[in-house]
Design a protein around this ligand. Sequence first.
Ligand SMILES: Nc1ncnc2c1ncn2[C@@H]1O[C@H](COP(=O)(O)OP(=O)(O)OP(=O)(O)O)[C@@H](O)[C@H]1O
Ligand SMILES: [Mg+2]
Length: 303
Amino acid sequence: MADSNSNRQDPASDAGDASAGIEAAAPGKTAPSAERPPVVAFRNVTKSFGDPPHAKVAIQGVTFTVEDLPDKGELVAIVGPSGCGKSTLLRTIAGLKPHFPPTTGEAFVLGKPIEEPGPDRGLVDQKYSLLPHLNVIENISFGLKLRGMAKSERHDQAEAWVRKVGLEGSEKKYPGELSGGMQQRVAIAATLVLHPRVLLMDEPFGALDPGIRLRMQELLVQLWSEQQATVFLVTHSVEEAVYLGDRVFLMASNPGRLIEILRVDRPTGSPEQSRRQPWFLEFSQQLLNKLEEVSGAPAALQV
Ligand SMILES: Nc1ncnc2c1ncn2[C@@H]1O[C@H](COP(=O)(O)OP(=O)(O)OP(=O)(O)O)[C@@H](O)[C@H]1O
Ligand SMILES: [Mg+2]
């Protein structure tokens, strides 16, 4: 079982400035190697919106590496105050305009410079992104249809995902007939059915009530361990970050930047059990303090 001593910060993470605190800032460390390139690597990525002198710097000098861990995957939780560039970071990885391309710096996925959205990356955002005129099965299988998969095969795969996310009986329902939690499960299934190597989740559980949110967290852990994808998860909940994250990226604003990377052990129990364990409470409190420091305002253990 994890204890507080085994939850450690990255050795470099105490350094105070925007780039030195980041483990990947060492020269050459982010260079994608031909053999096993990192899943995602940013080198000094800056994104500004608008033109000087009124340009708004959304993120500045962001550098990190997420290695390709064989048969494991990694979940990176991203926390930071509103406006610090969390969505910008995620959407840059997704290759989505206007956040992509960066103004300066380089961003890689699987060793190749990101050029546009691709099937290796899937984004689940807060708005669920379901197609209102398609039912549950059709929504889940829509991406497979775009890939040219035959109808019976994509129907079978969508059926399997309906079961995995616990939506049996709702196959023929339309998004407007589903609760927020059900819609979110459809959105997650519609993304995971495509087996993205990198799963990008932007506050995916933000609109859910606390009970459903805990169940969704468990579901995500279960599905993710089956898929071994690399996950980036933006959250405003410290407990969610500690429960789900292998590493927590702490961001600050004005300008948006990555100031610290914290490593955290993977809890073994349910969210309810885990968050009562001493190491979990201690780690969450530490993160909360850091978040309050960068936010200049009270932060939330739970949202
Ligand atoms: N399309 C855009 N045009 C202009 N400015 C933008 C755009 N998207 C984001 N920004 C600005 O970039 C900064 C970072 O925005 P971003 O949405 O990435 O923050 P965030 O950390 O995701 O915030 P939140 O927690 O509120 O979702 C903000 O100041 C925002 O106003
Ligand atoms: Mg955002």
